[in-house]
Design a protein around this ligand. Structure first.
Ligand code: ATP
Ligand code: GAR
Ligand code: MG
Length: 388
């Protein structure tokens, strides 16, 4: 069997699992890597490797052993120096080693967006000590949001409403940051009307956009998303213009999840993922080609048509609330029987649970996004995790 490409997937969670399915349908071979065995994407891949993506030596060994055509990051925390090293040797890193490095560091991507490209962002300052955090808050005003420059899914993030909270926020950020740079970004709190992810695909023949995805976050992590998000044509055009500038600057091919805050007619760039986005899981039901199909096509150099929206849709997450070693699931039949629209569920089959760990997602398509959100939330609530 000759595959159209050999892919080494770095990170094997729920997003990777759907990507593997999309890539394999097109004839690719995928070796899925993550720090623990039996990760979601490993369950559907051609092969797997277990090591920490932050372990430079182990990452290099895996790349040298498999000699992939494409290295596809699925998580943010990766020893990106190795990606730059192998890119220089001719391996294609998706979308590019530079893009993975820049987006892993909030300060790097913020400098590109705010300074080089002149995009509208929140006011901000970086800080490496409590004194600098105080200076940052003076610059942004209160409330402000404090985040480690290296972190994701809201880890180490605090919204500070009074100056007395700055010290605890700094300590929390330092305790929960990834990597060894004791550095935070102090951001002006944006009192947005709503926030969106604009899935943006950079292809060999141009840039393509999906309809905007609205989402709601708690503790810096996504709870529900819906598509299309109601936006004025001017606001969509502003977001598309900024997204295009950022992905063209980062370069390479693939799908990016570009995050914006919207207040009135004002669209504010927040950050982006150079890979499928968790809020984009709604496309598993909403679009003829999902965000994973689009990513696979773009990186494999295949034609990427404009995706067609099947109808107003929503996703709602299924979270664990405690630790367990062998979780099971009940209530699937009730979830899939929720009336009012099309309903589907993805159970990620992660081998263990921990509080707030995302274990599955419910999907709904209905007459409008409000109905889809209601149905998705109800279906997610019907799925019960059995802890043992
Ligand atoms: N400056 C801000 N003003 C208001 N809300 C904010 C601000 N920064 C972040 N948030 C809220 O926190 C969420 C998470 O922030 P952000 O996307 O920067 O963190 P993250 O850790 O990179 O998350 P992820 O990796 O899941 O995208 C945002 O989607 C938004 O809801
Ligand atoms: N916001 C980023 C995101 O959603 N990433 C997704 O979560 C997985 C890690 O989950 P885990 O922490 O439960 O192993 C990642 O592998 C990716 O699929
Ligand atoms: Mg984010």
């Amino acid at each position: 069997m000759t595959y159209i490409a050999k892919i080494l997937l770095l990170g094997s969670g729920e997003l990777g699992r759907e990507f593997v399915i999309s890539a394999k349908r097109l004839g690719a071979q995928v070796i899925a890597c993550d720090a623990y065995p039996n990760a979601p994407a490993m369950q559907v891949a051609d092969g797997h490797e277990v090591f920490s993506m932050l372990d430079a030596a182990a990452l290099r060994v895996a790349i040298d052993r498999h000699r992939p055509d494409l290295v596809v990051p699925e998580i943010e925390a990766i020893r990106t120096e190795i990606l730059a090293e192998v890119e220089a040797l001719g391996v294609t890193v998706v979308p590019s080693a530079r893009a993975t490095m820049m987006t892993m560091n909030r300060d790097a991507i913020r400098e590109v967006a705010a300074v080089e490209l002149g995009l509208r962002t929140s006011r901000y300052l970086y800080a490496e000590s409590l004194e600098e955090v105080r200076a940052g808050a003076d610059h942004t005003g209160l409330p402000c949001v404090i985040k480690p420059v290296m972190s994701s899914s809201g880890k180490g993030q605090t919204t500070v409403r009074e100056a007395s909270g700055l010290e605890a926020a700094w300590d929390y950020a330092v305790a929960n940051m990834r990597g060894d740079r004791r550095r935070v970004i102090v951001e002006e709190f944006v009192d947005f009307d709503y926030e969106i992810t604009l899935l943006t695909v950079r292809t060999r023949t141009g840039v393509i956009f999906c309809p905007p995805i609205g989402h709601r976050q708690e503790r810096g992590d996504y709870r529900e998303s819906w598509q299309p998000a109601a936006m004025t044509p001017a606001a969509i055009a502003a977001a598309q213009d900024m997204a295009r500038k950022v992905v063209d600057d980062l370069g390479g091919y693939g799908l990016f999840g570009v995050e914006f805050f919207v207040k009135g007619e004002e669209v504010i760039f927040s950050e982006l993922s150079p890979r499928p986005h968790d809020t984009g899981m709604v496309t598993l039901i909403s679009q003829n080609l999902t965000e994973f199909d689009l990513h696979a096509r773009a990186i494999l150099g295949l034609p990427v048509p404009e995706p067609v929206l099947r109808g107003p849709s929503a996703s709602a997450v299924i979270l664990a609330d405690r630790d367990s070693e062998a979780p099971g699931y009940e209530g699937l039949a009730e979830a899939l029987a929720v009336p009012g629209g099309e309903v589907d569920v993805r159970i990620f089959a992660k081998p263990t649970t921990r509080p707030y760990r995302r274990m599955g997602v419910a999907l709904a398509l209905a007459g409008d996004t409000d109905a889809a959100r209601r149905i998705a939330a109800e279906a997610a609530g019907k799925v019960r995790i059995v802890y043992r």
